[in-house]
Design a protein around this ligand. Structure first.
Ligand SMILES: [Fe+2]
Ligand SMILES: [Fe+2]
Length: 438
């Protein structure tokens, strides 16, 4: 006679991963998202297409939110805090993902992200959701399902952008294919992202280029290119305006917040290694918010049937901090946030009185965002200064110097630039007058 077993046991797929295994996988995903989003942010200024610039900011923010949920969940699983500060056995994988920042060109970046790293993350999330326990690990299932949906959208977008950018830069086809293939091979060699144990293989990361912050931002060629995007910037006698002029000026300002998306991306990546995680999360949100403000202006101008070729898209604020320590890029955002915020409620009120509900709506939402941003600026400038061994209160000096940098740069406007922007603005005001903006 055989004795009954002493304990109940059966093969249960729910028990495939124990708490610690789960935390290790989620930690890997956190570092992969973090690494990828830092590279995406760094490239925003180099992308010409306004659509891609805006969408990349949104995707960067999505990644930061996913990374933040992953990080919080790892802490909930009682993973030792100290171990979450380092990639550990995933060091090589995370380094490989980070190497995409050194892509040799815009198509190469879009292709490597869209064909190699985003699909690998998407598949890892899908496999994780399939194999993990929706009961014990229910909180992860909720946010990772959202992340999987977002990853699918991101893969489609990046692959489409990579294809479009290659039709515009056919000469880069070969180098883009080589770069993408190379990274893909290395990712395979390391075992992918996946849900398996960390690879022991140490791959070297390819290097064809070293990332540098571009001195000039790439701009969408559909618009009228310039440095100073409205006459009042270079000519104090030109009024900011009321009525139709104010409606137009405000939409032009919003569109030209494209500089703030670029600067947001630069500062996120520049300080990612020195400031704590919360910096990346805040600056990703900041960058995304600025992309929404830019899009608000674009959509209003398009709704008024204006032609992008007649709309000035300038670079002067970006240019003003070029070649400077990136702390002045952070300072530049802070300078403009605090300089303009007081006008916004009054302008929303003016738009209300004109019956222009869309401008009013956009300005009102923008004001709420900018209030958050002014807080980010002050807080992180202080943190950065303290890290550098300086007084936190010197943040105001950084702000003041930014004001001076802009004034000096505006002083370089040529007579031709001033008369050209005047003609473009007058023509736009005339045309808008015939359209009647509301
Ligand atoms: Fe803004
Ligand atoms: Fe802002």
């Amino acid at each position: 006679m055989t004795l009954p077993p002493l304990y109940l046991s059966s093969q249960q797929p729910r028990a495939r991963w124990m708490r610690f295994d789960t935390a290790q996988l989620l930690k890997r995903f956190f570092f992969c998202e973090r690494s990828l989003l830092v590279s995406m942010a760094a490239w925003i200024p180099s992308i010409a297409s306004l659509e891609i610039k805006i969408e990349m900011a949104r995707f960067t923010w999505q990644s930061s939110e996913t990374a933040n949920s992953l990080r919080e969940r790892v802490f909930e699983l009682r993973f030792p805090n100290r171990l979450l500060e380092e990639e550990g056995s995933d060091h090589s994988l995370v380094g490989l993902i980070g190497s995409v920042r050194d892509s040799p060109s815009v198509p190469a970046l879009l292709s490597a992200v869209g064909h190699v790293f985003l699909p690998a993350l998407r598949d890892a999330y899908r496999d994780y959701l399939d194999a993990s326990d929706a009961i014990a690990d229910g909180p992860t299932h909720r946010f990772l399902s959202v992340a999987l949906t977002e990853k699918r959208e991101q893969v489609d977008a990046f692959q489409k952008w990579a294809a479009t950018s290659l039709t515009q830069h056919a000469a880069l086809r070969e180098s883009t294919a080589v770069w993408t293939h190379d990274l893909s091979e290395r990712l395979v060699a390391i075992g992918g992202i996946g849900v398996g144990p960390a690879s022991q293989v140490d791959v070297t990361t390819p290097k064809t280029n070293t990332y540098a912050i571009p001195d000039r931002p790439a701009r969408d060629p559909r618009f009228w290119p310039c440095r100073f995007y409205w006459p009042d910037i270079v000519d104090s006698t030109f009024p900011y305006g009321e009525g139709l002029r104010l409606q137009l000026r405000s939409a032009i300002s919003h569109l030209n917040e494209v500089w703030a998306i670029e600067v947001g991306g630069i500062i996120l990546s520049s300080f990612a290694e020195v400031l704590p995680w919360e910096w990346i999360r805040n600056s990703a949100r900041w960058t995304y918010d600025e992309s929404r403000h830019c899009r608000m202006g674009y959509e209003r101008l398009m709704a008024w049937n204006l032609d992008p070729a007649e709309i000035p898209l300038g670079t002067y604020i970006y240019d003003s901090a070029s070649g400077e320590d990136p702390i002045y890029r952070l300072g530049m955002l802070y300078f403009f946030e605090t300089k303009n915020i007081r006008h916004k409620p009054a302008r929303a009120q003016m738009f209300h009185s004109y019956g222009d509900t869309l401008s009013e709506h956009d300005m009102d939402f923008d004001w709420a965002d900018e209030t958050i941003h002014a807080g980010y600026g002050k807080h992180w400038l202080k943190e950065l200064l303290v890290l550098r061994g300086q007084q936190a209160e010197a943040y105001d000096q950084v702000r003041e110097r930014c004001g001076q940098l802009v004034t000096d740069y505006v002083g370089t406007a040529t007579a031709k630039e001033i008369s050209d922007i005047r003609s473009v603005a007058d023509a736009l005001i005339l045309k808008a007058g015939k359209t009647e903006l509301s």
